[in-house]
Design a protein around this ligand. Sequence first.
Ligand code: NAD
Length: 461
Amino acid sequence: MTGTTASVTQQDQDIPETVVRLRAVFDSGITRPAAWRRRQLHALRRLLKDHTPTIEEALYDDLRKGRTESHLTEIGGVLAEIEHALRHLDRWMRPRRVAVPLNIKPATARVHPEPLGVCLIVAPWNYPLTLTLNPLVGVLAAGNAAVVKPSELAPATSALLADLLPRYLEAVAVVEGAVEETTLLLAQRFDHIFYTGNGTVGRIVAAAAAKNLTPVTLELGGKSPVFIDETADMAVTARRLAWGKFTNAGQTCVAPDYVLVTRAARDPLLAALPGVVQQMFGHDPRTSSDYGRIVNDRHFRRLTGLMAEGDLLTGGAHDAGERYIAPTVLTDVPPGAPVMAEEIFGPILPVLTVRDVHEAVDFVNARDKPLSLYAFTRDKTAWRTLLEKTSSGGLVRNAPMIHLGVPNLPFGGVGESGTGAYHGKTSFDTFSHHKPVLSKPTWPDTLRLVYAPHTSRSFAL
Ligand code: NAD
């Protein structure tokens, strides 16, 4: 514990009081210097290192995540984000000088990043560590205080974060709970609200934020399509597709949701998929330590209901007792099937056939803008067509999900898949106000040309 008199402990369940106390911490000015920000980032890194086994246990309890997967997709990702912030913080914080037009000269103009104040992070359950702590890295790097609200659907991770974060960090409080607690939190005035989850709650968050004119980042979801044509390397495509879809049992916001495969590529793709699933998770994925479970009974029932239409290529087995659903591929799925009507968010992969990239573009554009769009193709024209004729949070060629691992790429959605972005410098920018600062000498008084009475020598600014 770093410990200051102003620090907030995990016992703070009195929500308005918690926010008031954090505001006092922020207003005291301690969070502004680079040294404080660095100390917090080092402390967060220490927390992850000191408690790795406990964190792995919590992730296993919540989602049956294996140790390696926990490291690859949760702990490792946050550590990388911390390292990146520590490496670049000085440069990010440096005021940026900008040119001044002739009619304002002499003057100097700079953009000064300054912290916003007290931020709220509301996190989901599917990557309960990463999606809580990655935005927190940006909050701290930018010199803010924060209230963190982990998801009640990942209770072990939520409890662990509530225990650990206030012991390591000086200006962070954790509020555990569900709708009631989040509603009360949203009634407070924050300086930024960062929400990750579904669009229905995203609208509730945006409406609550509007009451206080609080800026929001909404990291939402939706159906992320995959286009595959006959120029793709089918063995690699099948492997990467299966990895992206079945990691965390498909409960990933950027998981491939459905496949649009050209007629010529359909049979080679379908021939390759069952084999790669078996290579990854064995004959019986239920016994694989690398295969997760569905988060709760409601999602389990929803997902098994989505398997009704389409032909089963592989998978289909499920067990309500342990909320297991085998990696499942459905072919010849009608576009109007229930599985195509909502974000799947589970280990079911519908494959639909299209004539060519143009039909795929029309299909994508007839629906909400996706969080991610993936293309497996060596055809430069098809790739350009997707790049220029579709809109999505991100576009990635020949691999799903890996754009999240590039801190220099902003991560976020567009339209129904979200608003705003984060990761790396974009996180720092999201949680900073970029204050324009201008300083003009009083001599010579060049502004006399704008004062009344106006003459033929007057000019506009
Ligand atoms: P969830 O149920 O855990 O909800 C997210 C948060 O909202 C939780 O903290 C929860 O307590 C709170 N919440 C729920 N109902 C509320 C209400 N009525 N009022 C106020 N707060 C409320 O998670 P979820 O929404 O099921 O998460 C899955 C969705 O999130 C998917 O759509 C997925 O694509 C999306 N997602 C997006 C990203 C991204 O980075 N863009 C990442 C992960 C998940």
